[in-house]
Write a protein that binds this ligand. Structure first.
Ligand code: SAH
Ligand code: SF4
Length: 378
């Protein structure tokens, strides 16, 4: 498939079958990855442990260190009780691949009680002075957009807030422990919910994870550095805007209702007129725009009439268009538009005063680009 591209693959052992047997009965509803400092302090007190230890543990956690063994200033008696009372590590790293452009793709197994192991993927996209982690919110997706690899995968359920956050922590940890990348370890600067799944179909866990990403005693990221991408679940977008008005990206892909019913089937429930109304009121900070994502599919949504429909739909003062090259995958029925056509489309938008960019594809040699995530296990 993607021959000629250097891919360094780091294999880690998959969890042995004995892992679940050994850990059943030891899994808890509390998870270190989704606790605030105050919550952990309260729990520590209730377990008759000194509350000041909570700060030490949270400091390690926030660096991406979730292994108790590595928390050097925490005494053993505290560690034993913590291990009894909560899940310390929510994810197990299974494999990590590095793309020739520096992008890293991680395959994780969810550590859960009494369930066959499920797998999810996350991607780190490094750039000058910034590092973006693309995280998954579900194992698979039920929404079945026909051009999306994740959509073809069997849906295996929602992630918990801890499993969502643990992806970010694991990437931080990977950068911290890689001698080649130590200068990068603080550079998880941006988070995008553009991995596997539809974030707004897992509203509670995603909202909780947003709260913690922004919390002062967690990663303390500004809402301007977090982007939620959605195929267009209107009531959920409204609630996101009320509670956590982070950057919003909408997988629009066409401004024609009939075509969108096919390309983004959730449109059959929340059509373009409902989406339009909800976008009109989404809270935006100064100079911020909603991103309308538009994957360019040859002969499907890249015709002149598609451009005209898009020009009518976009509100140039509130929205910008991100044209995405179609990332192919084995068995896909679609072909991407030519570079020439993508550029013509961009020019057509720009000439009408619409901000338009063409997204650079990252990590496509390791199937880490948008829409290519589908766990290797399947
Ligand atoms: N479910 C959410 C977020 C995950 S998909 C959503 O749909 O927005 C992240 C982005 O990748 C979306 O814009 C999606 O439409 C796009 N995408 C999906 N499949 C793709 C493909 N094969 N090539 C390029 N982009 C794709
Ligand atoms: Fe799900 Fe988004 Fe893929 Fe559609 S594009 S199937 S909503 S992950």
């Amino acid at each position: 498939m993607f021959t000629g591209v250097k891919v360094a693959k780091v294999m880690r052992p998959t969890l042995p079958n004995s892992w679940l047997a050994a850990n059943i009965g030891r899994m808890h509803t509390l998870s270190l990855a989704s606790l605030s400092l105050t919550e952990l302090q309260t729990h520590m007190k209730s377990w008759a442990l000194p509350a000041f230890r909570a700060k030490q543990i949270i400091d390690w956690r926030n660096k991406g260190i979730l292994s108790l063994a590595a928390m050097k200033n925490v005494p053993n008696n505290v560690k034993v009780i913590l291990e009894e009372k909560m899940n310390i590590e929510s994810l197990q790293l299974v494999t990590r691949q590095k793309s020739s452009d520096g992008t890293r793709k991680y395959l994780f197994a969810l550590k859960r009680e009494n369930q066959a192991l499920k797998h999810i993927e996350s991607v780190l996209i490094p750039d000058v002075g910034r590092g973006t982690v693309c995280i998954s919110s579900q194992a698979g997706c039920v929404l079945d957009c026909p051009f999306c690899h994740t959509g073809t995968q069997k849906f295996e359920g929602n992630l918990t807030a801890a499993e969502i956050l643990a992806q970010v922590l694991a990437v931080k940890h990977d950068l911290l422990t890689d001698p080649m990348q130590q200068d990068l370890h603080n550079q998880v600067t941006h988070i995008v919910y553009m991995g596997m799944g539809e974030p707004l179909a897992n509203e509670d866990a995603v909202f909780q994870s947003l709260e913690l990403l922004m919390a002062e005693d967690y990663l303390h990221l500004s809402r301007r550095r977090i982007t939620v991408s959605t195929s267009g679940l209107v009531p959920q977008i409204e609630r996101l805007g009320e509670k956590y008005p982070v950057n919003l990206a909408i997988s629009l892909h066409t401004a024609d209702n009939t075509l969108r019913d096919r390309l983004v089937p959730i449109n059959q429930k929340h059509d373009l007129s409902k989406l339009r109304q909800c976008l009109n009121t989404y809270p935006l900070t100064k100079k911020r725009h909603i991103t309308l994502e538009y994957v360019m599919l040859e002969g499907v949504n890249d015709r002149d009439e598609d451009l005209q429909a898009l020009l009518k739909f976009v509100h140039p003062d509130r929205e910008r268009v991100n044209l995405i090259r179609f990332n192919t995958y084995p068995g896909s029925e679609f072909a991407g538009s030519s570079t020439e056509r993508v550029n013509q489309f961009a020019k057509g938008l720009i000439s009408q005063g619409i901000r338009a960019t063409v997204r650079r594809s990252r990590g496509d040699d390791i199937m880490a680009a948008c829409g290519q995530l589908k766990t290797a296990k399947q």
